[in-house]
Design a binder for this molecule. Structure first.
Ligand code: NI
Ligand code: MN
Length: 223
């Protein structure tokens, strides 16, 4: 079993035999249910890209105070190393690699990043595969991500403006063929207008069989 806890915006904690924090933006995140001092850190921190709302600064802080490995695209991992993080794994969009017995693959994301290039990520923890799309628009190769990695759960942005809105996320779900989705990256700022109810309605209209799991910040889902 993997416990998936939503920490607001795009931040998630995956807990199984290891603890994996993805995009741990905590300080300054208006949705975060915890303060940075309350965060116990993780074995692995995955940062999908270097925009401030995806937690590179907090990942660096947490890795320095609690240990753990920062995993990201090569250039971001280098940056973390230069800023004093002891354990980093830089990778690129390719295939699975292993960090601390957790299988990780970085995936395409259609977005921008001040350092390196933006990514999504597939994490395989205790036999469960979780796809965190990062910040992205929809793209047809999501079908490839679905075919190759067969995620049990997808974490998809739905706020629009900088990322997919509900219309694009519904298409992403169709392309991925995924049966469980947790929406993210909405409501944090007024400009992120997409809502999970719209996504649910679009899935109903299209006859797509996918459970939309709506978590409030601090809530968990057991996969
Ligand atoms: Ni971004
Ligand atoms: Mn973002």
């Amino acid at each position: 079993m993997v416990k998936v806890t939503f920490l607001g915006h795009s931040a998630f904690l995956l807990e199984g035999s290891k603890r994996v924090l993805i995009d741990p933006w905590i300080e300054g995140n208006p949705q975060s249910p915890i303060s940075i001092d309350q965060c116990k850190g993780a074995d692995i921190y995955v940062v999908t890209h270097a925009h401030g709302d995806h937690g590179l600064d907090d990942a660096i802080k947490l890795a320095k105070s609690h240990g753990g490995t920062i995993v990201s695209i090569y250039e971001i991992a280098m940056e973390a190393g230069n800023r004093g993080v002891e354990k980093t794994v830089g990778a690129n969009i390719g295939g699975f690699f292993e960090v601390d017995c957790v299988k990780i693959a970085l995936t395409t994301a259609i977005h921008s990043s001040p350092i390196g290039a933006p990514t999504g990520v597939v994490v395989e923890l205790d036999g469960k595969r979780i796809y965190h799309a990062g910040d992205t628009g929809v793209f047809y190769d999501m079908r490839l991500i679905g075919e190759l990695y067969k995620p049990d759960l997808a974490l998809l942005p739905i706020g629009g403006h900088f990322v997919m809105g509900p219309l694009e996320a519904a298409k992403a779900i169709e392309l991925l063929g995924v049966k469980k989705v947790i929406p993210m990256h909405y409501e944090t700022f007024p400009v992120l207008k997409g809502r999970p109810e719209e996504l649910k309605e679009l899935l109903r209209e299209r006859g797509l069989d996918c459970e939309v799991i709506i978590l409030k910040p601090g809530e968990s889902y057991e996969l």
